[in-house]
Design a protein around this ligand. Structure first.
Ligand code: SAM
Length: 274
């Protein structure tokens, strides 16, 4: 792999000027990319689903780590550059030209680690979809995802902080979520306006008796009006006020004071009554 042409050459040869509309901010530093590829653990022989490979910097690092990669990229301009990588490691990289929000990824990728450096809106939408999986354990083995730093902080946030909300509860009620690495804006070409950070999430055992549907309704209600007391914000969630009473949780508290375990207990109380 060391004799691959530099990424900057690949970009100029294929005319891959970064597109703002597609949220393209590329990473070129091989050492940084190798560090990112190590976050999921030893990838030798493991399946990886990469979303948004672009010109293939992170893809190269995943292949160097010995992974079998399925990558989905929406920008057709990147496909010939990625085909060169497939030719370099025959049988190790399959590229799908499509929108990651639309494909049947579990079918395409199998039981895989997911690794992605994505635009903010696409990344958050996919994260919520992956975390809201009905079946648990999910089809993915782990998530290693780049976000703008402020979003990464919301995912790993603890109660009693302004960052704590729906994303934190979704990411923590049956998974472990950690901030794996900060990435300075200057590491990207072109540099984005804000700092970035990589979050690593691994599925854990789901607590019994609570369903994702109820967790989603509860967190949408509670954090939809986060400054209001629970007795107001949870009014529209069937069974929630009775559950608070049963669990002796003071209904004058606000959502951000509840722990993830509190949300699970409330969801369980609602689900077992339903
Ligand atoms: N992985 C490369 C890197 O780290 O240098 C590129 C990262 S760039 C921030 C995001 C990539 O995601 C771009 O190549 C962009 O075209 C692609 N992308 C954006 N939206 C997408 C979508 N909905 N489905 C698949 N790829 C998408």
């Amino acid at each position: 792999m060391s004799d691959l042409p530099p990424l900057r050459d690949v970009i100029s040869r294929h005319g891959l000027n970064a597109s703002k509309a597609l949220g393209q901010n590329f990473l070129f530093d091989e050492q940084l990319l190798d560090r990112i590829a190590r976050i999921p653990g030893d990838l030798e022989g493991e399946s990886v689903y990469e979303v948004g490979p672009g010109p293939g910097g992170l893809t190269r690092a995943l292949l160097r780590a010995g992974a079998n990669v399925v990558a989905v990229e929406r920008d057709h301009r990147c496909i010939p550059a990625l085909a060169e990588l497939s030719a370099w490691k025959p049988g190790k990289l399959r590229v799908i030209e499509d929108d990651a929000l639309k494909i049947d990824e579990a079918h395409e990728a199998g039981h895989a680690h997911i690794v992605a450096n994505l635009p903010y809106n696409v990344g958050t939408a996919l994260l919520v979809r992956w975390l809201a999986s009905e079946s648990w354990a999910p089809w993915w083995k782990s998530l290693t995802l780049m976000f703008q730093k402020e979003v990464a902080e919301r995912i790993v946030a603890r109660p009693d902080s302004s960052a704590y909300g729906r994303l934190a509860v979704l990411a923590q009620w049956r998974s472990t979520a950690k901030l794996a690495m900060n990435v300075h804006r200057s590491a990207f070409t072109p540099p984005p306006k804000v700092m970035s950070a990589i979050v690593h999430i691994e599925p854990a055992e789901a607590p019994e008796g609570a369903t994702i549907g109820t967790i989603e309704r509860l967190t949408a209600g509670a954090f939809g009006q986060r400054r209001k007391m629970l007795r107001q914000s949870l009014k529209s969630v069937p069974g929630a006020l009775e559950a608070l009473e049963m669990l002796c949780i003071d209904a004058t508290r606000r959502a951000e004071t509840l722990t993830v375990e509190d949300f699970v207990s409330i969801a369980r109380a609602i689900d077992t009554k339903a």
